[in-house]
Ligand binder design. Structure first.
Ligand code: CA
Length: 236
């Protein structure tokens, strides 16, 4: 096995989809392992040193959500959900398990692999898109963003954020008061270019962050919606 190759784990119980995913992942130049049930998938994800996980949601023995939750306790490996169209979108929107992204079946493999590449590039630090000032603490109201420890506190209390939550809040804090469209955020925070991103990914992440930092997520004071534009962080 080529040691420099990135390794991807596919957890999918439908054999034909698993085979297709594995085929496209390998064709894109990655190594690929497949697990056909959730429990095996979790064990492999925790042991295997993967660079990215592609998770189905409805799986025997353990759901993709449960896998994601368990993995997130130990690792920041990029996780993309591959979901069936009939599965409830609200479930995804309410997702607090810390996934980085999701695609909905049926999807194009071109699109999926673009997202895989973007997530791997970003997590391996190949994409440098930070502004010049990299260290130090940013303060926004009661929020403190510590760029050396990658940590956020609110009113002195630590806030548990996934890597993507942190990336988004840091980006908005570094551009305080400026509203960005969902497309712009996909490009700048997720590293997606062109039309491959799904803007709902941004909404999911925003709603997840709001639940963690806002007193009342329905009436945000920090992570604001600018009607007709997108999102910004309120400088106050
Ligand atoms: Ca399934």
């Amino acid at each position: 096995m080529d040691e420099t190759k990135k390794k991807i784990l596919v957890v999918e119980d439908e054999r034909n989809i698993a085979n297709l995913l594995s085929y496209h992942v390998k064709k894109a130049g990655y190594d690929c392992d497949v697990a056909y049930d959730g429990k095996t998938g979790l064990d492999m994800a925790l042991e295997g040193g993967y660079d990215l996980l592609l998770l189905d949601i409805m799986l025997p023995r353990m759901t993709g959500f449960e896998i994601c939750e368990q993995v997130r306790m130990k690792s920041q490996v990029p996780i993309i959900f591959v979901t069936a169209r009939e599965e409830d979108k609200d479930k995804i929107l309410g997702l607090e398990t810390g996934a980085d992204d999701y695609v909905t079946k049926p999807f194009s493999f071109t699109e999926l692999m673009a997202r895989v590449r973007a997530n791997i590039r970003r997590s391996s630090g190949e994409v440098v898109r930070r502004p010049v000032q990299k260290s130090g603490v940013l303060r926004v109201g009661g929020l403190e963003i510590d760029r050396e420890r990658y940590a956020v506190t609110k009113d002195g209390e630590p806030v548990e954020l996934s890597k993507k939550d942190y990336d988004l809040i840091l980006f908005l804090a570094e551009n305080l008061g400026t509203a960005f469209t969902r497309e712009e955020l996909l490009e700048k925070v997720w590293g997606y270019d062109g039309y491959f991103g799904d803007i709902r990914t941004v909404d999911v992440t925003v709603s997840r962050i709001r639940k963690k930092i806002e007193q009342d997520p329905a009436r945000p004071e920090y992570l604001m919606t600018k009607r007709g534009v997108g999102y910004y962080l309120n400088g106050r």
